[in-house]
Design a protein around this ligand. Structure first.
Ligand code: APR
Length: 183
């Protein structure tokens, strides 16, 4: 039951599921969306057409096709509009929706990209903090149900990895500062 942060390419991850930072049409795009569709092949787009889109903060699942991962979980993150349009809550909802869907499909391992911090311009440090906090909270609440055992955050560049490493360090130190439960 852990979260690890690596530098890499999500299309190469051999996890049960990988997450796609999609858009609400689910019909592909650039960035990680483009990379996942390129490696998965045309079957992925074919299946996505049948899903008829997805709301921001929600998630839908498809097969992985030519990817090493068995499943792709597609989630449209929020487009940054200054922070006053519920972007933080929507981003947290992306991570939670993907974990819930992975668990419902008996996935033991799942890999995420840094949702919304690219084209959608969500500030990296804030996005990393929300991602780490949401994932750790989900793992703490679902640990006993033997569901998702390993979550990997796959950072595509060094700057993103540093932000996630920092967010995880801060989350762990905060947890360490919490008053111990009374004996
Ligand atoms: N593996 C892992 N991470 C990747 C990869 C990859 N192969 N390619 C890009 N990334 C990283 C980016 O560097 C960024 O840190 O994924 C993160 C998210 O960036 P975007 O892909 O731009 O996603 P997002 O900001 O959520 O914007 C989504 O962009 O591609 C379109 O169709 C997509 O409209 C949607 C929008």
């Amino acid at each position: 039951m852990s979260l690890k942060i690596i530098l890499g390419d999500i299309t190469e991850q051999k996890t049960d599921a990988i997450v796609n930072a999609a858009n609400t049409s689910l019909l592909g795009g650039g960035g990680v969306d483009g990379a996942i569709h390129r490696v998965a092949g045309p079957g992925l787009l074919e299946e996505c057409r049948g899903l008829r889109g997805c709301e921001t903060g929600q998630a839908k699942i498809t097969k992985g096709y030519r990817l090493p991962a068995a499943y792709v979980i597609h989630t449209p993150g929020p487009i940054w509009q200054g922070g006053g349009q519920g972007e933080a809550e929507l981003l947290a909802s992306c991570y939670k929706s993907c974990l819930d869907l992975a668990a419902a499909h008996q996935c033991k391992t799942i890999a995420f990209p840094s949702i919304s911090t690219g084209v959608y311009r969500f500030p990296l440090e804030q996005g990393a903090a929300i991602a780490v906090k949401t994932i750790l909270q989900w793992l703490a609440q679902n640990g006993d149900r033997q569901q998702v055992q390993q979550v990997t955050m796959v950072c595509f560049d060094e700057k993103t990895k540093q932000a996630y490493d920092q967010a995880l360090t801060e989350a762990n130190s905060f947890a360490g500062n919490k008053p111990k439960a009374e004996a």
